[in-house]
Design a protein around this ligand. Structure first.
Ligand SMILES: [Zn+2]
Length: 207
């Protein structure tokens, strides 16, 4: 499930769906993770791959309520070396031809949209709805100085990374140089994430 297409180094200039890692409720349903017994707990792993290369994975634990309906899904993954764990709630709507359709509820405070897909935006460590992901981009773009943005972009180009979560050391780059660049890159990232949380107040789960 998921599916990540490599958007070559351009994510800083504006995120598109292809440049965010996504989680789909339909993909989860296809793995039978939403057909549960009362209070059943069901575990799955979502892996993103592009051209045979893995971009990361997310552990998914779906918990059913006493009626056997999916209540929430715990997401656990590593974001830039830090473990992240929090729950996304489900909601349902009735289908015209019977049965129910399941949706995620966006975890951003003040959003709570019913969505089929959540995205990990280029900046920020939580899966959120498409609308909020666009806001993240707008806010970080607005708040970060042009000078800082140019520096981040320059580092990313030197590293040859197309994935916001990071990547491998380029073959010709020495290890100390790589470590220095990654450190700098992470520092700018943290600054951007911090500004995002200040403004939008995403609920954070205990790691
Ligand atoms: Zn949202």
């Amino acid at each position: 499930m998921g599916g990540f297409k490599s958007g070559r180094r351009r994510w800083l200039s504006g995120p598109s769906e292809a440049q965010c890692l996504g989680l789909s409720v339909f993909a989860l349903k296809r793995t039978k993770a939403l057909d549960l017994e009362p209070e059943e707990v069901c575990r799955r792993t979502s892996v993103w791959e592009s051209a045979g290369q893995s971009f990361g994975s997310v552990g998914l634990t779906v918990e059913a309520d006493p009626q056997g309906r999916p209540a929430l899904v715990w997401l656990s993954y590593e974001y830039r070396g830090t473990p992240v764990r929090y729950a996304i709630q489900f909601t349902s709507t009735r289908c015209n031809y019977g049965g129910v359709r399941w949706w995620f509820i966006c975890p951003v405070v003040g959003c709570g949209r019913r969505v089929a897909k959540l995205y990990l935006p280029p900046v920020g460590n939580h899966f959120i709805c498409r609308h909020c992901a666009r806001l993240v981009y707008a806010v970080t773009r607005m708040r970060l100085s042009q000078r800082l943005l140019r520096r981040v972009e320059k580092i990313q180009n030197r590293l040859g990374w197309s994935n916001p979560l990071g990547g491998e050391r380029p073959k010709r780059m020495h290890t100390p140089t790589f470590a220095k660049l990654v450190d700098l890159y992470n520092r700018y990232f943290r600054l951007a994430v911090q500004k995002f949380y200040e403004q939008w107040g995403i609920k954070t789960g205990e790691p």
